[in-house]
Design a binder for this molecule. Structure first.
Ligand code: DQA
Length: 145
């Protein structure tokens, strides 16, 4: 199984971006952790983009290649109906997609309390730093046949 780990805007700056909120691990560090823990036969395809259209294209690709998805939509979480619709295409096709956040958006500013993604995601894991990704990987793998 190839698992897509998709990351939205500003997550390429992890490591130095607001470390009090997001920690000091980089996306490369998170990728290395996931690869080291992935069971035999599982490959990790971790990507990041600041571009909404690119992220939507990757979700269409997940459907075409039947890949389960771990998605950190970053700020798109809070307002992108286009991304929500793309996530719905994934989950209604029968593929698991878990929404993840490093921080706990509910403990932060009011505008972060709304996710337009969660209602169409398979599940949501937030507030656990890199562990959010580790747990989400386990969850999607447990849901593919
Ligand atoms: C985030 C939370 C979002 O509110 C924020 O816009 C991000 C990162 C997280 O992983 O905690 O960019 O998705």
């Amino acid at each position: 199984t190839n698992v897509l780990i998709l990351n939205g805007p500003n997550l390429g700056r992890l490591g130095t971006r607001e470390p009090d909120v997001y920690g000091t691990l980089t996306l490369d560090d998170i990728q290395a952790t996931l690869e080291s823990e992935a069971p035999e036969g599982t490959t990790i395809d971790l990507r990041q983009t600041d571009d909404e259209a690119t992220l939507i294209g990757w979700l269409h690709e997940a459907v075409d290649t039947k890949s389960p998805v771990v998605l950190n939509p970053a700020a798109f979480t809070h307002y992108s109906y286009a991304l929500r619709d793309a996530v719905a295409i994934v989950t209604t096709s029968g593929l698991p997609l878990v929404e993840v956040h490093l921080s706990n958006p509910h403990a932060r500013e009011e505008f972060r309390h709304t996710s337009v993604i969660s209602g169409v995601a398979t599940g949501v894991i937030a507030g656990l730093g890199a562990d959010s990704y580790r747990l989400a990987l386990q969850a999607v793998l447990a849901r593919v046949s």
